[in-house]
Design a protein around this ligand. Sequence first.
Ligand SMILES: [Zn+2]
Length: 238
Amino acid sequence: MFASPEQIEALRALQEAERGMVAVRAAFEGSASRREHAEALERLRQVEDKMRGLMAARQRISSAIAAAEADDAALARQQEEAQRAIDGAGTDYRSIETNTKKLNDLARKRTEAEAGLERAYEEMQRAEGLARRLADAHAACRQREQEAGQAFARERATFGGRIDELDAQREQASALLSDELRAAYREAAQRSGGVGLAELREEACGACRRAIQDGHLIALRAQAPVGTCPHCGRLLVI
Ligand SMILES: [Zn+2]
């Protein structure tokens, strides 16, 4: 295939730019700032999940406290009624005995209810302490996520700038090629995972490294300055 020395240089520049773009994209994919930002975001989400769980738990405890307080108040009213009945019973000893039993029973129930309330108050206090610690952790995680996000954005801009430079180099090189060369390179690059050009070195393809022998070599030399590797199909600079 015909190619002027400038076009051969342009093919090499095109290949180099495309390899460079693959390398820059891979470096960006594996960049530390990208990973750090993803990790910071993940930790933030974890803390937020815990906060949501805790909020639900506090609502449950709060409802339980309200119900237990209402039960306790009802027991207190029943105690007052029983006491009034005793006070007004005069010599009705049967009524006094019944209401005294009732009072004892209510006193026992109130002791139990108050112990339960005490436990619920303690549980609420622990939940509030945990909520304060989680709020602190959330603020720290959010700051870290924002800093990591800014570092990641700066790195993304740097990578983007390098991609733009390489893209310009690619466009410039591509413009120097004939339609035939450009199409042949593009086809070989697509078939070979992005590397479409190789050099003939010591009678072997510089990309697939297989030796090109006898008849193939004669046919290849006849295609000079640019031929096709009979093994991998890449363009070969002869
Ligand atoms: Zn080859």
